[in-house]
Design a protein around this ligand. Sequence first.
Ligand SMILES: [Zn+2]
Length: 224
Amino acid sequence: MSDEEMAENSKNDSQDPENIFDYEKLLNRAWDSLPDSVKEHSRFSVPNVDALAEGNTTVVRNFADIAGILNRKPSHLLSYLLKELGTAGVLEGRRVVFKGRVPPRQIGQKIESYTKTFVLCSECQRPDTHIVKEGRTQILQCEACGGHRPIKVKKGARKTELNPVREGAEVDVLITDIGKQGDGVAKAGGFTIFVAGVAKGARVKIKIDRVQGRIAFARKVMDI
Ligand SMILES: [Zn+2]
């Protein structure tokens, strides 16, 4: 650095010290010089929920926007929220109307857990992902880094309620067929269920003893 430049620099320092020493400004300047793509990703955060109570319902006014930012179908996000919040709700244009009073903070927390489960890459934490199916497993595929992971939905009580065919559960079924071993065969919830000692065409309440993949074994509780 020449003497002239040194002099020039010190002159600037003394003229505008704030510009040089204000840490915040320095940070901002560094931030501004970053490429947009980097800023976008680093800044990604779950969008705020714009919710208000309307009578005995709760309206999320920016629901479609939130789904758009997460790059997921509003219906997909909604079905997750309904399960998690344990309430009913419908899409109305760009809004969602939930039954009852749901605290916006709670909606926000659920959207955040949705984002962690269904949107953010666990390798690079970016939201540029899509969901692919490999057999019965859903895989979150990252477009930014190529990372992928299975989507693991935590099994809550409500999730289980949706699937009536589980060990110990009682289900009403129609015996539509008789299998090679002589057991009655019924279909329910995507499962093939074998029931001992029942006739074809019988309507019975059964108790599920064992579930293996999409096959279940059950016994008759009573005729219905
Ligand atoms: Zn990634």
